[in-house]
Design a protein around this ligand. Structure first.
Ligand SMILES: [Zn+2]
Length: 338
């Protein structure tokens, strides 16, 4: 996640694969048609927050150049340091996974204040789909009757979690993850190696900012081991305690996400005949269960991670492992990793 309170470069430009949408936003802005509420939707780690930050800084800049913030005016200096008085970047507070209603009340108060520079006020909420119903309701009136010169940008990973009443008051931008080539070209600048970029991008399931995070933050080997950890468990190559240990340092949302990705990868590898089989039906059921758990955690549930990991992986092993092995469905994948 972007931390806008850290030192930013003088100019913030969107990622290359968002050039088309960026051009359209610029056209709307120049024509005075930019809506006051925007909802950016797309997969996590594909650069939506970056687009939101670029737009926020452009809106605040006193002398934009070439469709970007200038990087030199006083407003740009302040927004680079994250202390521009007309800018709010709202994200879950430390150790929380949700934007709380108190934070939304602040946003509402802020939207009713006069802009200090007399230009515009910008609020970015990320991830907006982490709010609960009360928080959404608190925001509704601000979206319905925005103060002049006020812009609200909602960034969300799962638009299904955003109520229709909110969606209908926003211009929605659906942002796709980039092609492998576009993502690799961008990643190459960090890795310096196309081979490395391709490997990281594959591990990150095509999500370039996660690939970048893996490159910069290290932990690639642990991630690779976890990447096929579920399948190794189902194939009987590792035990439940060994599988639990793989996710010992990951937080609950991360391990649910990674197990879900691994399960989806397994389902995608099945033939159409296998997809009708009993193991596939069980796998789909477990996939639904994981989605529900992920939804609950992103809405603020905080189950004991160790107990949940143990229970889930035991269940996967018990219900799915044996039938998959009997059906000769798992056995190959991941052997090179574990
Ligand atoms: Zn500027």
């Amino acid at each position: 996640m972007i931390d806008p309170l850290n030192d930013l470069p003088a100019v913030t430009s969107p990622l290359p694969w968002h050039a088309h949408q960026w051009g359209k936003l610029n056209d709307q802005l120049q024509d005075g048609q930019l809506p006051h509420a925007l909802l950016l939707d797309g997969v996590q780690y594909s650069g939506k927050s970056h687009l939101a930050l670029s737009l926020a800084r452009l809106l605040l800049c006193a002398q934009p150049e070439g469709g970007l913030n200038c990087g030199r005016c006083h407003a740009c200096e302040l927004s680079a340091r994250g202390n521009h008085g007309d800018f709010r970047w709202v994200q879950p507070e430390a150790k929380s996974r949700v934007i709380k209603i108190d934070q939304i009340r602040d946003v509402v108060r802020f939207s009713n204040m006069t802009a200090s520079f007399g230009l515009r006020k910008v609020m970015v909420l990320v991830p907006a789909d982490s709010m609960n119903v009360s928080a959404f309701n608190a925001l509704l009136k601000t979206l319905e009757e925005p103060a002049i010169g006020t812009y609200i940008i909602l960034v969300c990973h799962r638009m299904n979690n955003v109520p229709a009443t909110i969606r209908s008051r926003c211009q929605i931008l659906r942002l796709r993850a980039p092609s492998v080539i576009d993502a690799c070209q961008w990643l190459d600048k960090a890795t310096g190696s196309r081979q490395e970029s391709e490997k990281l991008l594959a591990m990150a399931e095509g999500r370039p900012l996660l690939a970048q995070q893996l490159f910069e933050g290290g932990g690639v080997e642990e991630f690779a081991a976890r990447n096929f950890g579920l399948q190794a468990l189902l194939a009987g190559r590792i035990t439940v305690p060994q599988a639990v240990a793989l996710w010992a340092d990951a937080d609950t949302a991360a391990f649910l996400d990674e197990i879900a990705v691994d399960l989806q990868r397994l389902l995608r590898s099945l033939s159409s005949e296998q997809l009708k089989s009993k193991p596939a039906r069980i796998a789909f059921g477990l996939s639904d269960e994981l989605a529900q758990l992920k939804g609950a955690v992103s809405a603020g549930a905080n189950p004991n991670k160790q107990l949940l990991l143990d229970a889930l992986l035991s269940k996967f092993s018990r219900e799915l492992g044996a039938v998959l092995l009997d059906g000769n469905i798992v056995g190959q994948r991941g052997e090179d990793v574990l």
